[in-house]
Design a protein around this ligand. Structure first.
Ligand SMILES: Cc1cc2nc3c(=O)[nH]c(=O)nc-3n(C[C@H](O)[C@H](O)[C@H](O)COP(=O)(O)OP(=O)(O)OC[C@H]3O[C@@H](n4cnc5c(N)ncnc54)[C@H](O)[C@@H]3O)c2cc1C
Length: 435
């Protein structure tokens, strides 16, 4: 890997997501050698992926080059590498570009889409964890609108204009709201040959309310806002099969569609090589103690989505969202410094800052500890928080001006088919990591 050997302790971090990046930034200037590995050369701001797939933002506004982090210290290195396994017996990480030995290893590989064993969904559906996947969805939506414009067969046109999403968590809600905005404001202008009333957005949810992880208040408000935008919500409805043309459910509902987006859950994305006792099998996440040490290993840590830390308040682990990942990354930086200095470790304590989701172009729901609110002010808060956490001054500026432009003009600037979506076979090859 062309990393110099030095007398400094070497910390290897797998994954430059929220957790890995938060940790890396805090140990850059410390007396240790840091090696950051990721299969992408950029960090992805996943909360705004849905805006890329619905033409609201360009992908480079939500991605940040990882080398921009490591370049500020000559003790830090980035390598573009797919990690394939770990050999803890000789402190080695194996990758597609070679091996590296660590003194301390931090696994921050995040999560991947959970299909709950349904192969038909994995084979024919779309999902969204990475920028290329969001671009696939953007291309598919725009290609299907183009096709619908020239299709004379009314049944075929109906299927091209039906957009079906499974899973009404924050991603499903945000994505369906954004597609509804596309239908309400863009389609009438860009596709005058199409009747926007023929375009339908269906949101399917297995439970009895939208936004199940949020409060009843947020759920009810988001439900109402989505209906006002024209999204058809089907609760207590689970997808059984999708063959590429027809979505079948556990109820009488069956919908013909050429666009089916799966946003119904994630599971951990671990790396092979650790003992079975290191894992919480059902969750596919590493079992970590209060110091983020993986069960059974003193010098291996896991942070973020991939780590499951059971606490009294969170007996099933922290929610798989950005805040625990960022906070664990920052906290582990302190503990690694303690370790190197031979000091005692400090237990991690999660500070829950609340949750939020946006619905359409100018409304959102926000759950804080004692305060729950929704509507325009909530959207303002949502916008501010997302800009604040978006990495990089350029990204913040571009995103902010894009949002202002979209807001004033009822427009979405990025509706371009740059890389046509060539079909599901290509998707499966491209997304071989299936994240
Ligand atoms: C569509 C979507 C919307 C979301 N919206 C929100 C939201 O609004 N608010 C919120 O708080 N959270 C949201 N989340 C969840 C949030 O993004 C995650 O909780 C967070 O990204 C977890 O951070 P992490 O560092 O653990 O993992 P990630 O950010 O996923 O980073 C993992 C990194 O590891 C790399 N990696 C993985 N495996 C390997 C390997 N084998 N070799 C090399 N590199 C590897 C990946 O390339 C990636 O860069 C959303 C997630 C998605 C998918």
């Amino acid at each position: 890997m062309n990393i110099p050997k030095t007398d400094l302790p070497r910390v290897v971090i797998i994954g430059g997501g929220f957790a890995g990046m938060a940790l890396a930034r805090k140990i850059l200037k410390e007396d240790m050698q840091m090696v950051l590995l990721d299969r992408h050369n950029y960090h992805t701001f996943q909360p705004l992926l849905y805006q890329v797939s619905t033409s609201g933002l360009e992908p480079d506004s939500i991605a940040y080059p990882l080398r921009k982090i490591t370049r500020s210290s000559d003790k830090c290195f980035f390598r573009l590498a797919e990690v394939t396994s770990i050999s803890p017996e000789n402190n080695t990480v194996h990758t597609n570009i070679g091996e590296i030995i660590y003194d301390y290893l931090v696994i921050a590989t995040g999560s991947k889409t959970n299909f709950f064993g349904n192969d038909s969904i994995e084979e024919h559906g779309m999902w969204m964890k990475t920028v290329p996947q969001a671009l696939n969805i953007r291309s598919l939506i725009l290609e299907n609108l183009e096709q619908a414009t020239i299709t004379e067969d009314p049944e075929k046109r109906k299927a091209l204009l039906n957009f079906v999403l499974a899973g009404a968590g924050p991603t499903g809600v945000e994505l369906s709201g954004a597609i509804a905005e596309l239908r309400n404001h863009i389609v009438p202008k860009d596709y005058p040959d199409l009747n926007p009333n023929e375009m339908h957005i269906h949101l399917l949810e297995g439970l009895d309310r939208v936004l199940p992880p949020m409060s009843e208040h947020a759920s009810k408000k988001a439900h109402k806002m989505l209906e006002e935008l024209g999204v058809k919500i089907h609760l207590n409805t689970m997808v059984k099969n999708y063959d590429g043309h027809l979505v079948e459910t556990n109820t009488d509902l069956a919908i013909k569609t050429e666009t089916f987006i799966w946003s119904a859950g994630v599971t951990g994305a671990p790396v092979k090589g650790l003992n079975a006792s290191a894992m919480v099998e059902k969750a596919n996440r590493y079992d970590v103690n209060a110091f983020n040490q993986v069960n059974g290993y003193e010098n291996i840590f896991a942070i973020g989505d991939i780590a499951l830390m059971k606490t009294e308040e969170f007996p099933k682990g922290h929610p798989m969202v950005a805040q625990p990942a960022i906070q664990q990354g920052r906290h582990l930086a302190k503990n690694i410094k303690h370790l190197i200095r031979g000091e005692n470790l400090e237990p991690f304590d999660y500070f829950d800052k609340g949750t939020m989701a946006t619905v359409g172009r100018n409304r959102a729901v926000v759950d804080l500890h004692k305060w729950k609110f929704s509507g325009f002010f909530a959207w303002f808060v949502w916008m501010f928080v997302h800009l604040w956490f978006l990495v990089g001054f350029r990204n913040r500026t571009v995103t902010f001006f894009n949002w202002i432009y979209n807001y004033i003009n009822y427009d979405k600037a990025a509706r371009l088919i740059i890389r046509p979506f060539k079909g599901h076979e290509e998707k499966m090859t491209m997304d071989k990591e299936k994240v």
